[in-house]
Each structure stands twice: as structure tokens, then as C-alpha cells.
Design a protein around this ligand. Sequence first.
Ligand code: DER
Length: 253
Amino acid sequence: ASVEASKRAAAKVAVQNHYPLNAKWVGIGSGTTIVYVVEAIKELGIDTTLTRFVPTGYQSKQLITKAGLTAIEFDAIPEGTVLDVAFDGADEVDDDLNCIKGGGACLFQEKIVALQAKEFICVADSRKLQNRLLTNWKYIPIEVAPIAANRVVRKLTEMGSIKPAIRLNTVAKEGPLKTDQGFFIVDAPFPPLVTPSDVKAGKDGNGTGGIWEVETLATKIKAIPGVLEVGIFCGVTGPQAQALGSIGGQKPV
Ligand code: DER
């Protein structure tokens, strides 16, 4: 099947299996696969007039409103509300449902929305599923305060990243891309990440030769001053998420 047909099929399965018909609060991610998720929600043919859809950026908000659904910004959600479900795409997913995200430069809002949901559904066609992250998708998108960007690039190089760089606009405008937060994206290539089970089997995931374990690297990058968020979704089923209700996940199809 074509890539688009695979994305549409994955979205349909994800919505049919994981969209609660009485959902009141639904997180909507960014990218191209999520377009098919919204299409599949509309195809359910249920009354969504009382449902509020939480976008993860400008494109996501446009997608919601163009589909005739009602968007509500993350900071307008009543305090303590847990979303019934959040759907989003990913750039790469491993067997433990850890994801590389941020290809669309929306990773910060994607992560806060995912963590606010009872269940986070990653919708990804089979191209995205790899045994280890950074196998096919080669770099980690990181959202960074512009003034700190060059220092973050230097720190990432020291950690073994191969030529990390500030993401430039590809068309129509010279200079760095700006996120919905007005931040920069630094794309940091690393060798494939090792998994917790690799570490249990004796592999070193502490950065020797630039080889890192998933969560170790995510934590270390997040601690660099100037980093707002890291495009590694792991531990999204961690204690914080448990506090918001358990986050399961849809095996990418
Ligand atoms: O930016 C992101 O993390 C997006 O979810 C994204 O990269 C997935 O995009 P796609 O559905 O267009 O592959």
C-alpha cells in the first residue's frame, strides 16, 4: 500500500480502537498522519459539539477548526482536567513505544498535551517502527531558547552528537525556523540509541563513543541550560503520566 494509504489505515485503526465515544477532551498532534486521525474521528459520525480538541501548534489548530471541530488552547483547559485521549504521529518508534518526535517542530506542545492525557496514542505507519531509535530517523529535534542555541550545539557535540545544527527555514525565509513558542529547533544526530534491555545485557548507555540509552540521553539533553524540550518521548508512561492516569499506547500499525 502507498505511504498515505498506510497512514490512513493506521489512523483508522487507532481511532476505532482508542477514541472514547463519550470523549470530552481530545489532544490532536501535528504532522501529516494526524490529518487522517481527524478524518477518522469525523467518520465516526458522532456528536462532537461538546467535545474540545486541544491542538499542539498552529497547524494542529487549523486542522481542528477546518474539520468543524472546536479547539481549545492548552492554557484554557480548566485546571486539573485530564484529557480522555491524545493522538499524535512520530518520526520513529521503538518496541517500548519510545518515540522520536519533532520532525514538524511542534514537540514541546505535543509533549505537554500527551502528558495531560489518560492515554497517548502514537499513530505511525510501519516505516516508523525500528528496534532502536535513530536507526532510520537520524537526529533528535530539540527546542531551544534562541539566545542559548549556539551553546547548546556545543554541549551536544561534547556529548557525541555528530554536527548538531540549528534548523533553518527551507523555503521563503532566510534564517532559523521559529517554533510556536518563538524558539529555535536544534537537530542533533546521534548513533542509534540503546534500549534499557541492551543496558541490562551489558551495553554501555552512558555516552561512551556517543552511544546513549534512550532515557539517559533525554534527561541529559533536557538538563542543558536553554533547552525547553527534547524530541524523545520516553517515560511518557512514567510517574508523572501515571498521576494523570496511565498512558498505554497503540502499537504503531
Ligand atoms: O513533529 C512531530 O513529532 C510529528 O508528530 C511528526 O514528525 C510526525 O509527522 P508525520 O505524521 O507527518 O510523519
